[in-house]
Design a protein around this ligand. Structure first.
Ligand SMILES: Cc1cc2nc3c(=O)[nH]c(=O)nc-3n(C[C@H](O)[C@H](O)[C@H](O)COP(=O)(O)OP(=O)(O)OC[C@H]3O[C@@H](n4cnc5c(N)ncnc54)[C@H](O)[C@@H]3O)c2cc1C
Length: 288
């Protein structure tokens, strides 16, 4: 049997709070996997208490100006890696331009945690249930990463997740920002989350985004990573079908790609059931 011990104290570690990106990258370069980054700490602190992580050095990145950028212009929404969810939610037009992202952030933890938690921390933890993952997938987010060794590079969110709590980040790499291209005009999107209580992670999360050129769905908590499914081709090939037949064709494709498991939050069949219902609700809105 797997037991998790939760200590009342944290393990011993050194703590630094650099003011520059250069210093942070250089610390990560020196200490590699002996160091961990702290943004909001809402995932990291429980991991320290459970001794899942026992780093020698914790690097707080909240004071780095470049990581606190939050900007919406006519090309991109840019979210710095240290920007808390509460602040992202204050952006004017977030709800109309990126409805699914807005809805997922409103459903994220509770008000207190949203004041600390970041989107970068959410994807860096790489839980299959990460609330921000579905919206980032359907909006083609680009993750900007920096390290001393590789300099600045970008990774598409689709290529970021590698498994349960695994991603493409090397120990010396830091997410600096997340960029989302402004969606095509008249893009509709939505995020639906089934959870057990107010501040629970999703037992199923379904995101959809649709415009004249493409229709995408993303699923969380139903596979080892958040997954993106492009149904644009099926939709355009089957436009003359009834809405119900169209849904059945699309659902068949989605059902073959998701692999929910049974765990403490839900049984596998219930997860399938909710994923189907939420997909139907979102698709119905798109076909109006
Ligand atoms: C009570 C509770 C409720 C929660 N509810 C939800 C929920 O509803 N939905 C949900 O999705 N999650 C939920 N979570 C999980 C957590 O709050 C989120 O995943 C949050 O977004 C993590 O962000 P953070 O800034 O706190 O990350 P941190 O805890 O600071 O960091 C998390 C991990 O990411 C790494 N990291 C952070 N920033 C960077 C960076 N810039 N570059 C590289 N690595 C980095 C850290 O080293 C660490 O390994 C909940 C957690 C708790 C404790």
């Amino acid at each position: 049997m797997n037991t998790t011990i939760s200590y009342t104290t944290l393990p011993e570690f050194e703590f630094v709070s650099p003011n520059t990106l250069k210093e942070t990258l250089s610390l990560l370069n020196i200490h590699q996997s002996n160091a961990v980054v702290l943004a909001g700490g809402t995932d990291l602190l429980p991991e320290l208490r459970h001794r899942i992580k026992q780093p020698k050095l914790i690097i707080d990145v909240k004071n780095i100006p470049e990581l606190n950028e939050l900007n919406l212009n006519d090309k991109f929404l840019t979210i710095g890696a240290a920007v808390p969810v509460t602040k992202v939610l204050t952006l004017p037009k977030l709800d109309s331009l990126f409805t699914a992202l807005y809805q997922s952030l409103q459903n994220f933890c509770d008000e207190i945690l949203r004041n600390r938690a970041t989107i970068a921390g959410n994807i860096a933890t790489s839980s299959p249930a990460a609330d921000s993952a579905g919206p980032l997938l359907v909006f083609d987010a680009i993750i900007e990463i920096q390290s001393i060794k590789k300099g600045k590079c970008t990774v598409k969110i689709e290529d970021f997740f590698k498994g349960v709590k695994q991603n493409c980040l090397e120990p010396d790499e830091l997410i600096t920002k997340i960029r989302l291209p402004i969606p095509e005009e008249e893009t509709k999107s939505a995020y639906l989350k089934m959870k057990r209580g107010v501040e629970d992670i999703a037992l199923v999360g379904v995101t959809g985004a649709s415009n004249r050129t493409k229709t995408l769905f993303a699923y969380t908590a139903v596979a080892s990573t958040p997954i993106l499914i492009d149904v644009s081709a099926i939709l355009s090939k089957n436009r003359n079908q009834t809405k119900e037949d169209l849904f059945q064709i699309i659902w068949k494709q989605i059902q073959a790609k998701i692999q929910p498991i049974s765990d403490v939050r839900s049984g596998k069949d219930y997860r399938f059931h909710i994923a189907e219902i939420y997909t139907r609700i979102i698709l119905r809105e798109f076909l109006k």
